[in-house]
Design a protein around this ligand. Structure first.
Ligand SMILES: [Zn+2]
Ligand SMILES: [Zn+2]
Length: 137
């Protein structure tokens, strides 16, 4: 039921939440904005945005945008070149294999960048590095 949302943020929900948790963090998620009906927009530590119910996040069912499970998968196949087209790493989506362990990725901002599969798997490459939404570090 989690739904990825890409910046820019949608307009603010016009009604206040019954409980304001803006800025509080749960697991890897920080509450950004109330979206109505108990649902909040969260920013994950990996830089992704995700909307999820406060209940689910507070109850521990949702503790990140899904990136932990992804990282586990990547770790389980170390050294494998077996990324596929369409895999999402932060703002990057793998497009096609360029050979030599390099992947051509499309950033959310529209740029194409060539990134090594290793850096993608380790989370060191999450955007083209040139767009306003690029996260540093
Ligand atoms: Zn994440
Ligand atoms: Zn970009």
């Amino acid at each position: 039921m989690n739904q990825r949302i890409r910046p820019p943020l949608p307009p603010e929900w016009p009604f206040p939440p019954s409980r304001d948790v803006t800025g509080r963090s749960f697991g890897d998620l920080v509450a950004l904005q109330y979206r109505g009906a108990g649902v909040w927009l969260w920013k994950c530590r990996c830089g992704n945005y995700v909307s999820a119910g406060l209940d689910a996040v507070e109850g521990g069912q949702t503790r990140d945008c899904g990136c932990r499970a992804q990282r586990r998968v990547w770790r389980s196949r170390p050294g494998s070149p077996a990324l596929r087209g369409g895999e999402v790493f932060g703002q990057l989506t793998t497009d096609r294999y360029a050979g030599d362990g390099l992947w051509i990725c499309r950033c959310d901002c529209g740029r194409e960048v060539t990134v090594s599969a290793g850096r993608l798997r380790l989370g060191q490459a999450r955007s083209c590095g040139l767009c306003p939404g690029a996260s540093t570090g």
